[in-house]
Design a protein around this ligand. Structure first.
Ligand code: PLP
Length: 432
């Protein structure tokens, strides 16, 4: 990008020298568009050269209050002044567990981890210990972090193959794991039900994002999966790392009205700090309790930073803000305004496009067919997406790359107006 400061150019050079690919593995831009973020306040972030962006990346979701929210800063400062970490169970983690249990319909007990990847890995292990079976069923296109079981058929492209066979999404995953993961199509209750019926006796659990990436579930789909898993007593895990405390205070399970047996939460619940959790029914979570689990079903989980009290303080302060009246109306309202403007602008420009997801986190796909599952999203015109994203970035609007807008309570009407203006200008530049 133009106007990089000497300091940023030097740091970018160091990034290329010291980090594989010059990045942390999350956001990967072409060399001419690389930048390094340095600070964030409210709905805005700044790079090292001082360029300001309206932030819809939001740390990939956690910063639902915006950056450096005063209540979070105060809670974290107070916590850290009393030490950084204890390993032993601490007061704030207990209070955060209480809040999670009060919020989420499926939650009776909570075990903290430090990342969503670890939480989903743990949840699957808990289900295996409880059910005494080994196989996992996940959905094509679903993302549950970077553990070996999760990184199957996330973005298989045209190599999707036949259900229920998985396609690993990374090198380095042992071949043996492929035999333990079954894949079903999202939003296709009939096929998913058939696969579950055919494999029910080997399944430890079904894990799913209730809103998969930015695909909302069709009416009845989640309930169908709930019904068939309940029928065979297979634990159903909702991965609510994205949707937890975002679609509603009680997550997707509250928003869509379907209660799983277990859930994973992360992102918002750690208030921007490394904290995530496995939660679920007491009877299942008892495998973590050595006083209740039989020796052959006890699940060992030790983590240096489990329930770290600074992260728990950030989570508690974040949830307290989200409990204030009107928070979710505002979050949905801001997202809705942006989505509607985007759809109108595309339609005026006669550009085939649709927005997907739910208002607090959504995206735009440049295509004219409806989408319901991973394969249908492959019709999205990636060239147009790239032009649109570059147009926004040039105008100081930062979003997920290539996909997703996250909305925060810090986004103001002025932010939304400026974003809509940038939408219009970026769309007018698109060449098909
Ligand atoms: C649905 C879902 N599950 C799990 C994860 C992994 O979480 P983390 O990045 O904290 O490991 C993510 C990360 O984006 C996610 O979106």
């Amino acid at each position: 990008m133009a106007n990089r400061s000497a300091q940023e150019l030097e740091l970018l050079e160091k990034a290329r020298r010291y980090l594989p690919g010059g990045n942390n593995g999350n956001v990967q831009h072409e060399p001419e568009r690389q930048f390094l973020l340095q600070r964030g306040v409210g709905s805005h972030v700044w790079d090292v050269s001082g360029k300001e962006y309206i932030d819809y990346l939001l740390g990939s979701g956690p910063m639902v209050l915006g950056h450096s929210h005063p209540a979070v800063v105060e809670a974290v400062t107070e916590a850290v002044q009393g030490g950084s970490t204890f390993f032993a169970t601490n007061d704030r983690a207990v209070l955060l567990a209480e809040q999670i249990v009060e919020a989420m319909p499926c939650a009776e007990k909570v075990r903290f981890t430090t990342s969503g990847t670890d939480a989903t890995f743990q949840a699957m292990r808990v289900a295996r210990a409880y059910r005494k079976r080994d196989k996992i069923l996940k959905f094509e296109g679903g993302f549950h972090g970077s553990n070996d079981y999760a990184l199957m058929s996330v973005t298989p492209g045209e190599r999707g193959g036949n259900f229920p066979h998985p396609v690993p999404n990374s090198a380095g995953i042992p071949k043996a794991i492929e035999d333990l993961v079954l894949i079903a199509p999202f939003n296709d209750a009939e096929t998913a039900t058939q696969i579950i019926e055919q494999n029910h006796d080997e399944l430890a659990c079904v894990i799913m994002e209730p809103m998969q990436r930015v695909l909302a579930p069709k009416p009845g789909f989640l309930q169908a999966i709930r019904d068939i898993t309940a029928h065979y007593q297979i634990p159903l895990i909702f991965d609510e790392v994205v949707t937890g405390f975002r679609l509603a205070y009680g997550g997707a399970q509250e928003f869509y009205g379907v209660t799983p047996d277990m859930a994973t939460v992360g992102k918002i619940v750690g208030g921007g700090f490394p904290l995530a959790a496995v939660t679920g029914r007491d009877e299942i979570m008892a495998v973590y309790d050595s006083s209740r689990a039989e020796p052959d079903e006890f699940v060992s989980q030790v983590g240096t930073l489990n329930g770290n009290h600074v992260a728990a303080a950030a989570g508690l302060a974040t949830l307290a803000e989200l409990r204030k009246p009107g928070a979710y109306e505002r979050l949905h309202g801001t997202g809705r305004r942006l989505r509607e403007a985007l759809e109108t602008l595309c339609s005026e420009a006669e550009l085939p496009a649709l927005t997907t997801g739910e208002d607090p986190t959504f995206d735009i796909l440049f295509m004219d067919q409806p989408v319901s599952d991973y394969r249908s999203t492959l019709a999205n015109d990636r060239g147009i997406t790239e032009q649109f994203n570059v147009g926004l970035l040039n105008r100081g609007v930062l979003k997920g790359w290539p996909s997703k807008f996250y909305i925060s309570l810090a986004h103001t009407d002025e932010d939304v107006d400026r974003t809509i203006e940038a939408f219009g200008q970026s769309i007018s530049e698109i060449r098909t």
